[in-house]
Design a protein around this ligand. Structure first.
Ligand SMILES: NC(=O)c1ccc[n+]([C@@H]2O[C@H](COP(=O)([O-])OP(=O)(O)OC[C@H]3O[C@@H](n4cnc5c(N)ncnc54)[C@H](OP(=O)(O)O)[C@@H]3O)[C@@H](O)[C@H]2O)c1
Length: 353
């Protein structure tokens, strides 16, 4: 257990992911939020933008220009913006935890293909991908964390047991991802405008989704063989929810595992994991993972089914994109990095109904 209270600054704190970092860290017993930035809201009280935090903090937003020294700096800035300022931020804070995609990839070919730019190698090597279930040991020994993408987190945690056991090489993996509106962030645009978004069930990225790169790179890291981006057929659909992701992955493996092998793989991989629950009930309406039960929580639920006739393994994975898929996953990684109990500040069980 670390001994002294840790000073945390949250940059981009007026956005949805930044607001969730604040919600999770304000009651965290080991850290103290010292500064929160927003350029467009500087001087305003945090609760004026995040009304759910009324009475939780008297902090006001400041400009990133006014940042002072801290121990951990969380960044919830848009892609590209963090990388431009990483040197400045690093001079102010021992640890950086970035939620954008800027340092999620180490492979330059994937960065070029999906982001049309190079990996910033000098910095990238100091960042560890923030999925604690895969990289716990590395996170303990790192300085900085690159928070994972929300759709990537759900996909990776759903497929990790199969990848680890070697079932996903040279295998077409078809991933259909359904996602709520908060994944698009707080800035309004035509597609998030209520009359356009409400009631929608809209394919918005049937091919070429950037998270394909993260999924391939980080599943390859735990698999005995490389998993190529061309084996991953990822499509994303916007659905009628504010929070929540449901991944349905169809894996057409050559050596189809037996049902009991699947159970064994999933149980062995996730035994002792505090935030991954295997959900596969025989009866009831919640037999498989459902994001409805996960709003506000740091849990990822994974389930599977075997179509023995066709050899298709269907994997379902659900989470809250703003928590396990962003702020919660990042706080979990911070807990690991600073040697706190991994679940600190993240125990909220969720709501039902
Ligand atoms: N939403 C999700 O489900 C989710 C999941 C995983 C990861 N992430 C990542 O987390 C980061 C934040 O996402 P978000 O959904 O919270 O976004 P958001 O709601 O749009 O918030 C963005 C924040 O960045 C600040 N900002 C600074 N420079 C900006 C610029 N040039 N353009 C726009 N905003 C700027 C904004 O406030 P000021 O302009 O006032 O400073 C705001 O506080 C992104 O990198 C995103 O990819 C989001």
């Amino acid at each position: 257990m670390a001994e002294k209270e840790v000073r945390v600054a949250v940059v981009g704190g007026s956005g949805y992911a930044g607001g969730e970092i604040l919600r999770l860290l304000l009651p965290h017993p080991e850290v103290r939020i010292t500064q929160v930035t927003s350029e467009s809201n500087r001087g305003k009280y945090v609760h004026q933008i995040h009304p759910n935090l009324r009475g939780q903090t008297g902090l006001r937003f400041c400009s990133a220009e006014d940042l002072r020294e801290c121990d951990v700096l969380f960044s919830a800035l848009p892609h590209g913006t963090f990388a431009e300022r990483v040197a400045d931020f690093s001079s102010m804070s021992t640890h950086l935890i970035d939620l954008s995609s800027d340092f999620r990839l180490k492979r330059d070919d994937l960065m070029q293909k999906f982001y049309n730019r190079s990996v910033r190698t000098a910095w990238a090597e100091h960042f560890t991908y923030g999925v604690s279930e895969l990289y716990r040991t590395d996170i303990r020994n790192t300085r900085h964390i690159a928070g994972a993408g929300c759709l990537a987190t759900a996909s990776i945690l759903g497929l990790y047991p199969l990848a680890r056991a070697g079932y996903l090489s040279n295998t077409p993996i078809v991933i259909e991802a359904k996602v709520g509106s908060s994944a698009a962030g707080a800035s309004p645009n035509l597609s998030t405008h209520h009359p356009e978004r409400s009631g929608a069930m809209r394919s918005f990225q049937p091919t070429g989704h950037r998270h394909t790169a993260e999924i391939a790179e980080h599943l390859s890291a735990v698999s005995p063989h490389d998993i190529c981006t061309t084996d991953i057929h990822f499509s994303a659909t916007a659905v009628e929810r504010i929070r929540g992701i449901l991944i349905t992955a169809h894996c057409f493996t050559e050596n189809c595992p037996e049902k009991q092998d699947l159970w064994k793989m999933y149980r062995q991989t996730y035994a002792g994991e505090p935030f991954v629950r295997i959900v596969k009930e025989r009866t009831g309406i919640y037999r498989y993972p459902d994001p409805k039960l996960l709003d506000g929580t740091n849990f990822c639920e994974v389930g599977f089914e075997l179509d023995a006739e066709t050899g298709r393994v269907v994997v379902m994975s659900a989470l809250d994109n703003l928590v396990k898929g962003a702020a919660g996953g990042a706080v979990q990684a911070m807990n690991v990095l600073l040697d706190y109990e991994e679940t600190t500040g993240l125990e909220f069980a969720g709501l039902h109904p």
